[in-house]
Design a protein around this ligand. Structure first.
Ligand code: MN
Length: 322
């Protein structure tokens, strides 16, 4: 729980390796943690990674941020800390903080959790806005009362929304890497307003907006499920899914893009169904891996198993409806 995380950080000395998710929430979590470590004079090395982690060089002391608790546990050393908000099945024997432990329906993005924990030991006021950007990136403000209040407490909420989109666009344009540039901008900015002026972010944002407007999508509908194949060199399937979701009530969106021998799949919903659970189960049947949250989950499956995935998905959703 939270106390364990505070204690871990309080006793931290020397050097630590941080592993963080390569999405907006993960990058913001990392930026806040780096600011904290600098204040404490702790040396660090960090790695921003796609999930699930497949390979990782272990270090003596490690901190995992916004990485699925079950997945992180496979790579953690004995002296590690996990701060996460994904659904998990096995309680770690190491220090961890994941509010899902005590409230299955809790949805508080990691950026907020990191900010909260670090604030118990240092004054983190100057990076509070980064926590809000991370929360927005993971739609925490739409799925948690606490997060909504947190984000609403900022006068410049629109600015923070835009920064979240900026970071997201930069991660899509750069594909691998580019994270150092993003971290540098976040950590060197004296305020969120400075970030808005960044030409690098603006350029990435325009590239992605342009790509969304010209992308070719193939849409099929089955009951309240919308399947959409997104054809684009950029990984914009989750934006496309979110856009469709915004325009429809009581719906489940499954968007997918081919990549080499696999399909990468994003699912989003505004219904009460638990997508994390369903996607994890079906991805396993399709020679892949997957999971996530109740309202948003992802998977990577074998290319030839796409029709199996769809069939199984439809049948799981039907079971839920009964
Ligand atoms: Mn997250």
């Amino acid at each position: 729980m939270r106390g364990e995380a505070v204690k871990f950080l309080k006793n931290l000395r020397g050097e630590v390796k941080i592993i963080s998710h390569n999405d907006v929430d993960g990058i913001c979590s990392l930026a806040i943690m780096l600011n904290f470590l600098k204040k404490r004079g702790i040396r660090e090395e960090h790695e921003v990674t796609k999930v699930p982690i497949e390979k990782l060089d272990k270090s003596r002391t490690m901190i995992f941020l916004d990485i699925n608790t079950d997945n992180a546990l496979k790579f953690a050393s004995e002296n590690s800390l996990i701060i996460d908000h994904h659904q998990f099945s096995k309680k770690p024997g190491i220090s961890f903080y994941n509010p899902v432990e005590t409230d299955e329906k809790s949805y508080i993005p990691a950026s907020y959790l990191v900010y909260e924990v670090c604030s118990e030991l240092e004054n983190m006021e100057e990076v509070k806005w980064i926590a809000a950007v991370g929360v927005i990136g993971d739609k925490g403000d739409e799925n948690s009362e606490l997060c909504r209040k947190f984000v609403d407490s900022f006068e410049n909420k629109e600015e923070l929304d835009l920064i979240s989109d900026y970071i997201f666009s930069a991660t899509l344009v750069e594909q691998e890497g580019g994270y150092e540039e993003i971290l540098k901008i976040l950590l060197e900015a004296k305020s969120s307003n400075e970030v808005i002026q960044e030409p690098y972010f603006k350029e990435c944002y325009d590239t992605i907006q342009n790509e969304i407007s010209k992308s070719k999508n193939k849409i099929e509908r089955e009951g309240n499920i919308i399947f959409v194949e997104v054809i684009s060199p950029y990984n914009i399937k989750s934006i496309v899914a979110s856009h469709i979701l915004e325009k429809n009530k009581n719906i489940i969106v499954v968007s997918y893009s081919a990549f080499e021998d696999s399909y990468n799949i994003s699912t989003r919903t505004n219904t009460g169904i638990n997508l994390g659970k369903i996607v994890k189960k079906i991805a396993g049947l399709c020679g892949g891996d997957g999971g996530g949250h109740r309202k948003a989950a992802g998977a990577k499956i074998e290319k030839k198993k796409l029709s199996v995935f769809k069939e199984e998905f439809i049948s799981e959703v039907e079971k839920f409806g009964k």
